[in-house]
Design a protein around this ligand. Structure first.
Ligand SMILES: *[C@@H]1O[C@H](CO)[C@@H](O)[C@H](O)[C@H]1NC(C)=O
Ligand SMILES: *[C@@H]1O[C@H](CO)[C@@H](O)[C@H](O)[C@H]1NC(C)=O
Ligand SMILES: *[C@@H]1O[C@H](CO)[C@@H](O)[C@H](O)[C@H]1NC(C)=O
Ligand SMILES: *[C@@H]1O[C@H](CO)[C@@H](O)[C@H](O)[C@H]1NC(C)=O
Ligand SMILES: *[C@@H]1O[C@H](CO)[C@@H](O)[C@H](O)[C@H]1NC(C)=O
Ligand SMILES: *[C@@H]1O[C@H](CO)[C@@H](O)[C@H](O)[C@H]1NC(C)=O
Ligand SMILES: *[C@@H]1O[C@H](CO)[C@@H](O)[C@H](O)[C@H]1NC(C)=O
Ligand SMILES: *[C@@H]1O[C@H](CO)[C@@H](O)[C@H](O)[C@H]1NC(C)=O
Ligand SMILES: *[C@@H]1O[C@H](CO)[C@@H](O)[C@H](O)[C@H]1NC(C)=O
Length: 435
């Protein structure tokens, strides 16, 4: 910046202007509250059924009211949004609740054993942003529940409490502290489990050795799980989604990972995994989302990745890969997200990718080694813009024009204005001294 404005007073004005300009910009990111967006949305209120004239069992209605949930006269019929969203069966003379979602609960909401006993016809129960104190569910309810969801609700849970829900096929627990020796105590007895999310729960311990063969969805991300990824996990041939990111898993990725023949999403990001990308991954043609970023993986990036026709998201950043990047521009443009930055020994072939790419890695010399210094920057403006170094770590996507837009405009205006001010000051001084 000193190069642009050598005179002290315009520099001061320039800095002031810059300060104002940056202060006027809206904050780029706000502390994000737990987002239930990635999890199943509550079921819509009941569809009308042939015998829709009947209403909810009065006993169940009283039970709902006793929980202090705002409830309409007939929770079974579609009604304006309430904090209780319900669906019911179509039995006569009275209908019974099948699913219930309690969201955004007030402090008055309190669970009681009597009320829950009356609500034991529920097969699906969800708590979303509902910080009530958990109580032990009556046996009739745990026996009937097929789906249980708890997002940022029920304060704290224990593994023992969750492990009682043995008939569930779908279990979603996120942004709730869960105290347990590990996932095994929770999942071990759930014989019918198809889909499990235990995410942002501070769960510690090791990954289970035994898994239910019918699992299709496993998200154990953002916990404190440690140890290695067990080979038994790679035998789940129905698994479409595996997210173990943000844990403390170590050792190598099992070479049998390619046995997960239905897999579409694989995230092992932000662990301490080492060793190479297993060759067997080539056998996963349905893979759309591959995130192995922020580990200590090494070796070269395998050629077979460019033949994965379904791939939309590829993040291999922040590892220890080396060698020449095996991708051309056609491949990279097809992806929605492509990140390979922060791999200091990885480089790209200038002849194949040209000089305009910004991947956060250096171009290769003729021996396939990174040319130093790393990423050649394009323009002087980039050089002087704040935090351009960070850009290479975080925004190392091919097309990143949009990211720099606002700050470049602000900088340009600031430089322009300061030049004008400088000119005026200069002219005033000139006119004074030449009088
Ligand atoms: C709960 O609150 C959030 C924001 O606080 C709002 O977006 C959401 O629609 C609310 N949900 C219900 C079911 O009222
Ligand atoms: C699971 O459901 C069956 C009936 O479908 C019931 O007999 C059994 O007791 C239930 N298990 C638990 C742990 O509630
Ligand atoms: C997990 O632990 C951290 C640190 O102890 C704490 O700040 C955070 O609130 C905990 N998260 C949950 C969901 O309990
Ligand atoms: C898995 O699902 C199949 C069919 O959906 C079923 O026949 C089988 O019993 C299930 N296996 C287990 C262990 O639940
Ligand atoms: C995996 O989990 C992390 C943390 O919960 C989340 O940010 C990420 O989007 C998930 N990845 C996929 C593919 O769903
Ligand atoms: C894969 O992950 C993405 C991003 O989290 C998500 O939108 C998509 O539904 C996931 N697909 C499957 C099959 O779980
Ligand atoms: C990868 O790292 C492991 C140790 O984590 C080391 O034994 C191996 O030689 C490394 N391989 C390559 C190709 O650098
Ligand atoms: C780019 O690589 C793909 C394989 O990933 C290949 O099919 C294609 O022909 C290449 N395109 C160019 C322009 O070299
Ligand atoms: C870069 O690509 C060109 C053309 O495909 C090839 O001749 C050259 O050997 C490659 N260089 C490296 C270092 O791989």
């Amino acid at each position: 910046m000193a190069k642009i404005a050598p005179d002290p007073s315009p520099l001061l004005i320039f800095l002031l202007l810059l300060h104002h300009a940056t202060a006027a910009m809206p904050p780029t990111s706000s502390p994000s509250a737990p987002t239930p967006s990635s999890t199943p949305t509550p079921k819509p209120p009941s569809r009308s059924s042939p015998i829709s004239s009947s209403t909810l069992d009065p006993k169940q209605l009283r039970a709902l009211q006793s929980l202090n949930i705002p409830t309409s006269k007939d929770p079974c019929s579609p009604s304006p949004p309430h904090s209780a969203a319900a669906s019911c069966d179509s039995s006569a003379p009275f209908r019974h609740l099948l699913s219930l979602t309690l969201s955004n609960c007030s402090e008055d909401v309190a669970l009681s054993l009597t009320a829950l006993k009356s609500l034991s016809t529920l097969t699906s129960l969800s708590f979303v942003n509902c910080p009530v104190t958990p109580i032990r569910f009556p046996a009739e309810l745990t026996s009937n529940l097929h789906s249980f969801t708890c997002i940022n609700s029920l304060e704290k849970l224990t593994g023992v409490w969750l492990s009682r829900l043995q008939n569930v096929t779908d279990l979603t627990v996120s942004h709730v502290g869960v105290t347990a020796s590990g996932p095994t105590i929770i999942l071990g007895g759930m014989k019918f489990l198809h889909s499990v999310t235990l995410s942002h729960t501070n769960l510690s311990g090791y990954l289970p050795k035994h898994w239910h063969p019918n699992l299709t969805f496993v998200d154990l991300s953002a916990n404190h799980l440690r140890g290695k990824i067990p080979i038994s996990l790679t035998r789940l041939e129905n698994l479409v989604h595996l997210n173990l990111s943000s844990n403390s898993l170590n050792e190598t990725i099992p070479t049998t990972i390619g046995d997960l023949s239905s897999l579409q999403n694989l995230s092992l990001a932000s662990n301490s995994l080492s060793g190479p990308i297993p060759e067997s991954l080539a056998a996963l043609p349905a893979l759309t989302h591959l995130d192995l970023s922020s580990n200590q993986l090494n070796g070269t990036i395998p050629n077979f990745i460019r033949d994965m026709k379904k791939l939309k998201y590829l993040n291999l950043a922040s590892n220890s890969f080396h060698g020449v990047l095996p991708f051309n521009a056609t491949f990279i443009k097809r992806l929605e997200v492509f990140k390979v930055g922060a791999n200091s020994n990885l480089c790209y072939n200038h002849t194949v990718l040209g000089s305009k790419v910004k991947l956060g890695i250096a171009a290769c010399d003729k021996h396939g080694l990174p040319l130093s210094p790393p990423p050649a920057k394009n323009s002087a403006a980039d050089d002087s813009s704040d935090g351009s170094d960070d850009d290479y770590d975080d925004d190392n996507v091919l097309e990143k024009k949009h990211h720099n837009g606002p700050s470049k405009v602000v900088l340009g205006v600031a430089i322009g204005l300061s030049a004008i001010v400088f000119l005026i000051v200069f002219l005033v001084l000139l006119s004074k001294c030449c009088k």
